[in-house]
Structure formats: structure tokens, C-alpha cells
Design a protein around this ligand. Structure first.
Ligand code: AVI
Length: 317
């Protein structure tokens, strides 16, 4: 058996986790819930649609950067690597990278959503039938119990600027864990950049309302899984750029004074009260390099699109 096949990922009971986190967040002041719970099957499908929206520039900009620079990044990575993708997405970006890599040994997508893991694994299996693919359904933000490396270089892939969904202290802690996991190899990571707030506002307030549906799906998920009774049209999607903290905040704002029930518990919302569902931090290139260096990585190559919207970083460790 391959060393990584024996990886002991305890797939958590995500419904139970969701119940605990949502109840704790609804009793907190201000109310909030970790953004990872936006991604059940429905939420992951809505996020895939967000990635296709004209206003949502990150996905296509990152894809263009990958297309242009995959060969260069692959040279930095070297031959015979094991590619571990944190947050599997659709597998399309990983396929672009695998295509450029010399004799990759393994592809391991890790994602909390079983559908996302299956989609990524399926796409890559289809494109590279001889490659060993080891899909892992797990919360990669928690401790990852990969077996010690034996020989092959491990390369991490963390596209999409998902690092921006971590508060800065958690981003640092997470990158430190990755540095431990990938020692002797490196990490290719996509990072969204600070820019004109109007562009950011449009990206998180698309005209078709897909981001609003993605946000409200959190309440729909609670209704499906936790016997909750949220009325979705009593909550407004509200997303805005906060330039001091350099983050887009996403909220669900209660339009009326109301009471809801989750797992049998009554929760009150005042009119105008918000449930904070996501932060999306934006970085400068230098700011991100400094974070990566604090985590123990050496930034070796950074590529940015001509409009300076998005960055890809090859970090060695
Ligand atoms: C997954 N993540 C990087 C997205 C972002 O842009 O922060 C999630 C998202 N939320 C609303 N639109 C997209």
C-alpha cells in the first residue's frame, strides 16, 4: 500500500459539526458561522456557478495565470512529485498543473464536500488514467494525519484564494501546518489581491443573484439538515468591502424582528441584525510574502495578471 493511502483522515460527521457551530454562532454576539459550512452539495454547486460569473474575476484570472505559467511552476516543482490539493474544486486547475508536471506520482484531492472530492478525482482520473488518484473526504483546515514522507517530494496546491477565507492569524497557523506537511517540497497557492473596491463589490454582488443564493443556502441547509425553520426571504444577502481590514464581508441581514428554531432551540433576530457568514481577505504581493515567510516558506516565484487582480505564488519549504 502506498504511504499516503494509509492516511488516517477522520471524516467528521459534518451535520453534527454544522449543528454545533451554527448553534454556537447564533448564540454569539454578533451572530456568525464559519464559512466552511456554506459548502454542502448545493453550496458547492452554487459556488461552481459563481466561478463562471462575469463579475467573479478570480477563477478565470487564476486559470489564465496557470495556463501561462504551468510549465514554469512545474520546473520549480521537479519530477516525480505527489500533488496534494487542499479544497478540491472541480479538478480542472489540478489537471492543468498535472499536465505540465514531469511524471507526477499521485494526485490527492482533500475536501470537506464528498461531491467536490468525487468531481475532482473524476476529472483527473479521466484526463490521466494511469495516475494514482487518492481522493480524501476531510476538513483540511483541521489536523491532517499524513504519514511521514518516504522518498517522493510532496507539493501542495491551494488555488482559488481560499486562504483569503481564513482570518490572518488562522491563515498563518494553517500555512505553518502546510509547511510541516510539505517540508522538502513546496506549495503553489492562489491569492486574490487588493484592488478597486468597486470591482470587489461587483464580484460579491453579482447581477444574477448567484452569490445571494449561495449565501442564503446556509439557511436552506439548516432547514434541510437541522430541522430549522428559516424563511429565506426574510434575510438579505449583504456583502461589502471593508478597506481597513482589507476584506469582503458577507452577511445575512434579518429584514424583520423574528424568531427561528434550530435543533429545537428558539433564536431571536432583531430587525437589521446580521449573521456573518464569510470574510474574504485580499492581500498585497508583499503582504502575502511576509505571511508566507512567517510560516516558514521561501517565496520563489510570483506571477500576477496584467490588471494586477490575482497572484500565484510558488513557495518552497
Ligand atoms: C472560496 N472563496 C475563495 C470564495 C471567495 O471569493 O472568498 C468564496 C466566495 N464567496 C462569495 N463568492 C465567492
Amino acid at each position: 500500500m502506498h504511504a499516503l493511502e494509509a492516511a488516517a483522515f477522520a471524516a467528521e460527521d459534518s451535520t453534527q459539526d454544522f449543528a454545533g457551530a451554527l448553534l454556537a454562532g447564533l448564540h454569539a454576539q454578533p451572530k456568525r458561522v464559519p464559512c466552511k459550512f456554506l459548502y454542502d452539495a448545493e453550496g458547492s454547486a452554487l459556488f461552481e456557478r459563481i466561478c463562471e460569473l462575469p463579475e467573479y474575476y478570480p477563477t478565470r484570472t487564476e486559470m489564465a495565470l496557470l495556463k501561462e505559467h504551468a510549465a514554469e511552476f512545474a520546473r520549480y516543482m521537479g519530477p516525480d512529485v505527489e500533488l496534494i490539493e487542499f479544497g478540491a474544486g472541480s479538478g480542472r486547475k489540478a489537471s492543468m498543473l498535472l499536465d505540465a508536471l514531469e511524471q507526477p506520482r499521485l494526485y490527492m484531492p482533500i475536501d470537506i464536500s464528498p461531491d467536490a472530492v468525487a468531481a475532482a478525482a473524476g476529472t483527473v482520473w479521466h484526463a490521466f488514467p494511469r495516475l494514482k488518484v487518492v481522493p480524501v473526504e476531510a476538513d483540511y483546515t483541521g489536523p491532517l494525519a499524513l504519514e511521514p514522507q518516504r522518498g517522493q517530494r510532496r507539493v501542495g496546491f491551494f488555488p482559488g484564494s481560499t486562504i483569503g477565507n481564513f482570518p490572518p492569524d488562522e491563515a498563518l497557523a494553517f500555512l505553518r501546518r502546510l509547511a510541516e506537511l510539505l517540508r522538502g517540497g513546496g506549495l503553489l497557492i492562489g491569492v486574490d489581491l487588493v484592488k478597486d473596491p468597486a470591482l470587489l463589490h461587483a464580484a460579491y454582488n453579482d447581477a444574477a443573484g448567484v452569490t445571494a443564493a449561495f449565501n442564503r443556502n446556509l439557511l436552506a441547509r439548516a432547514n434541510r439538515e437541522l430541522e430549522a425553520d428559516f424563511l429565506l426571504d426574510r434575510f438579505a444577502h449583504y456583502a461589502f468591502y471593508q478597506p481597513v481590514a482589507r476584506r469582503v464581508e458577507m452577511h445575512l441581514v434579518s429584514l424583520v424582528q423574528q424568531q427561528v428554531h434550530v435543533c429545537g432551540q428558539a433564536i431571536s433576530f432583531a430587525a437589521g441584525e446580521t449573521l456573518h457568514t464569510e470574510d474574504s481577505y485580499k492581500y498585497s504581493v508583499l503582504g502575502f510574502h511576509s505571511l508566507a515567510a512567517q510560516a516558514g516558506f521561501l517565496p520563489r516565484a510570483t506571477r500576477v495578471d496584467p490588471e494586477h487582480r490575482f497572484s500565484l505564488h510558488w513557495l518552497e519549504v
